[in-house]
Design a protein around this ligand. Structure first.
Ligand code: BTN
Length: 237
């Protein structure tokens, strides 16, 4: 495992995408500040300098990256495990990979693959709100941070170490064929909720039945059971 740190960078995901060929599998890259941080669905990810965790993990092992559906939820689950260790309660995994605490978003994850003839690598980009206290009211979702929930300043470098370790351990377990479904399902934030979902080019009301054993999301839509696979993966050549 190799760790890299840049005080300032455009985006840790972008850097790994541009340099994956010369970097080794399991390279962790974190940044003090990203001036072009990216979120899912083309959104920007804004994070104040030195206050939060913004990092990406590069995966190049083909046996691991073909399991990107599991990796998507497993990354969020790894963050949940670390946050639990800090005593944070009411944690939820909003499929495919947002982490919620007390009904507010505390962590966002952006998975990106680079593919040519085959999938060359997978990048897991994680933004965890740590010591941030002011969140723009204009944000799409209500946001929170570890500091707001715990009422104390968190040591960023210790936390970073813990997150890295937990992710690496869980990826090792995945390689050994461990199944995480039951543990993950215990944090299913959407289960039982009635929401609107973009399906077949339309917004439809659905009832979420929960994260299924293959880590897809099981829904009841117009009387029919449907399984959604994580649709927000983007691939670049
Ligand atoms: C989301 O939209 O919820 C996903 C946010 C992902 C943000 C992280 S911060 C580190 C990595 N680099 C980026 O540019 N984005 C991800």
């Amino acid at each position: 495992m190799k760790t890299l740190f840049f005080e300032t960078i455009d985006s840790t995901n972008t850097y790994l995408k541009d340099h994956y060929e010369e970097l080794e599998d399991m390279t962790f890259l974190s940044a003090g500040y990203q001036y072009r941080g990216r979120g899912r669905m083309g959104r920007t990810w804004i994070s104040e300098r030195g206050k939060n965790l913004t990092f990406s993990l590069l995966l190049k092992d083909t046996d691991v990256i073909r399991q990107y559906r599991v990796l998507s939820v497993l990354s969020a689950f790894s963050i949940i495990e670390v946050l639990r260790g800090y005593g944070i309660e009411e944690l939820g995994l909003k499929w495919p990979n947002d982490v919620y605490a007390k009904d507010a978003k505390i962590c966002g994850i952006l998975l990106e693959g680079v593919s040519a003839k085959k999938m060359e690598c997978l990048i897991i980009g994680i933004g965890l709100n740590v010591n941030e206290e002011d969140f723009d009211e204009g944000f799409l979702q209500k946001a929170t941070s570890m500091k707001l929930l715990l009422n104390r300043q968190i040591d960023l470098s210790r936390l970073k170490e813990e997150v890295y370790q937990r992710l690496a351990e869980n990826i090792e377990k995945l390689k050994r064929g461990e199944d995480f479904h039951e543990e993950i399902a215990a944090f299913d934030y959407l289960k039982g909720k009635h929401v609107f979902c973009h399906i077949d080019g339309e917004e439809k009301p659905v009832e979420v039945l929960g994260i299924d054993s293959d880590y897809s999301l099981k829904l009841l839509c117009e009387g029919e059971i449907r399984n959604l696979s994580s649709s927000e993966l983007t691939f670049h050549i």
